[in-house]
Design a protein around this ligand. Structure first.
Ligand code: ZLM
Ligand code: CA
Ligand code: ZN
Length: 393
């Protein structure tokens, strides 16, 4: 209908399963797996599946999850049932094991299946990249960057990104991990803290004790010992409320461009958490769908094989807009798809404004005050450049 055709000269793969999307964290929990259904419905309404290889995700196996996560943790994750939910009214002193069962990481029905599907999605994407069957692999069901080896954290139970990067490292000498979720990508940073084969870069709101997880300061660049290969290979871009598209794009292109020149990655893993958009239920930034998407476009322009992951995103209509737009960027159709949401889109009534690109005023009643000064942005850039002087490949 929109004349969407397969891109010339490269292949895009889309990895998803409707089974994952049926899981519920609980009535009012901010994480809504259903946002993936809304995303897929928009992607389909625009006719984008014609331009991609579409794969039904399988569940990752225990052994695959065990490549990063400890057996003790996985064994508990398999058996933990919603009834084990600690500290409910009947059992006020029940203990919280592995950070499971609190309000951030509740135990819900089908939790293990949900986790293994998310990991399966990202692992399938990574394998398609490793075998050169895909150049851009899309895994919106992944991106759960807070999960630790032995512990759940911040709505994340299994770190599918770490598992996918471990796959990439089988064939790629150096992987660049980029994280545009509004939260710090602490789990991925920690997993690759002591290696120079992965450089991690996270852009996030930073306000320790006020905003989760509270790590990722400008000066946190990896192990302090110069003898540790991971030194200078963690880059953090701490930001304040209200950052705009223009400022974000300036920082992103300067920092990622410089890293690309000095670090010379052979593959990119890009976490596209959509909670950095204006009007997100948990986010604090003023990014529009275009500004968020510009990060994907810039990464694509580097011409490296790439996995794009989902992540946060708590206003489902905006998550669907951003990830559908970013899918169109991946297939090179972003200039061809119309801005008006197609008439036949299922759940079209959820898109309160019928455009793919709501204005700041449409996204929130009152745009957030921008607390990022131009001077601070320049200081961030000069600090990052200084770190990168120590990096050469
Ligand atoms: N309380 N319900 C981002 C992960 C952010 C830790 C403060 C829980 C919430 C939040 C849960 C229904 C990613 C913290 C918060 C209230 C301790 C966080 C359940 C609302 C609700 O209404 C809620 C009863 C819940 C959780 C808000 N939690 C907001 N922010 C963060 C985790 C994950 O986007 O980066 C990647 C997917 N947690 O701030 C508390 C300290 C728990
Ligand atoms: Ca981030
Ligand atoms: Zn987030």
């Amino acid at each position: 209908e929109y004349g969407i055709t397969r891109p010339k000269g490269y292949t895009v793969s889309y990895h998803a399963t409707p089974e994952m999307e049926k899981h519920h964290f609980g009535q009012t929990h901010p994480m809504k797996p259903w946002r993936l259904t809304l995303t897929k419905s928009l992607v389909t309404a625009y006719g984008m599946p014609f331009a991609m290889d579409n794969y039904m995700t399988r569940e990752a196996t225990y052994e695959e999850l065990n490549a990063f996560h400890s057996s003790d943790y996985l064994d508990y994750l398999i058996t933990a049932a919603p009834e084990d939910q600690p500290r409910d009214i009947e059992n006020p002193d029940k203990e919280v094991k592995y950070n499971l069962g609190g309000s951030d990481c509740p135990l819900f029905h089908g939790l293990y299946n949900y986790c293994s599907m998310s990991a399966g999605c990202s692992l399938d994407a990574a394998r398609k990249i490793c075998s050169n069957q895909s150049d851009i692999a899309i895994a919106w069901g992944g991106g759960l960057h807070h999960a630790k080896r032995y512990e759940a954290s911040g709505f994340c139970y299994i770190n599918d990104i770490v598992l996918a990067i471990l796959q990439l490292l089988r064939t790629h000498p150096r992987v660049l991990y980029i994280d545009i979720d509004v939260h710090h990508g602490d789990g991925v940073e920690e997993a690759f803290f002591s290696t120079d084969r992965v450089m991690t870069v996270s852009f996030h709101k930073y306000q320790p004790d006020q905003f989760f997880p509270g790590t990722g300061g400008l000066e946190d660049n990896g192990p302090k010992s110069e003898h540790n290969p991971g030194a200078h290979h963690a880059i953090n871009v701490p930001l304040q409320d209200g950052i705009t598209d223009e400022q974000y794009q300036y920082l992103f292109e300067n920092i990622i461009g410089t890293i690309n020149q000095r670090y010379r990655p052979s593959a990119i893993a890009l976490q596209c958490g959509a909670d950095s958009l204006a009007g997100d239920r948990l986010g604090r930034f003023n990014l529009r769908v275009q500004g968020h998407g510009a990060c994907v476009r810039y990464c694509k322009s580097l011409g490296l094989p790439m996995i794009v992951f989902g992540g946060g995103g708590y206003t489902p209509r905006n998550v669907a807009r951003a990830w559908a737009y970013e899918t169109s960027i991946a297939i090179g159709a972003d200039t061809r798809i119309p801005e008006t949401i197609p008439e036949h889109t299922p759940w079209r009534e959820h898109f309160i404004h019928d455009t793919l690109f709501p204005t700041l005023e449409q996204s929130m009643s009152e745009p957030r005050h921008n607390r990022n000064s131009e001077k601070r942005l320049r200081d961030i850039i000069s600090h990052v450049h200084e770190q990168l002087r120590f990096v050469a490949h």
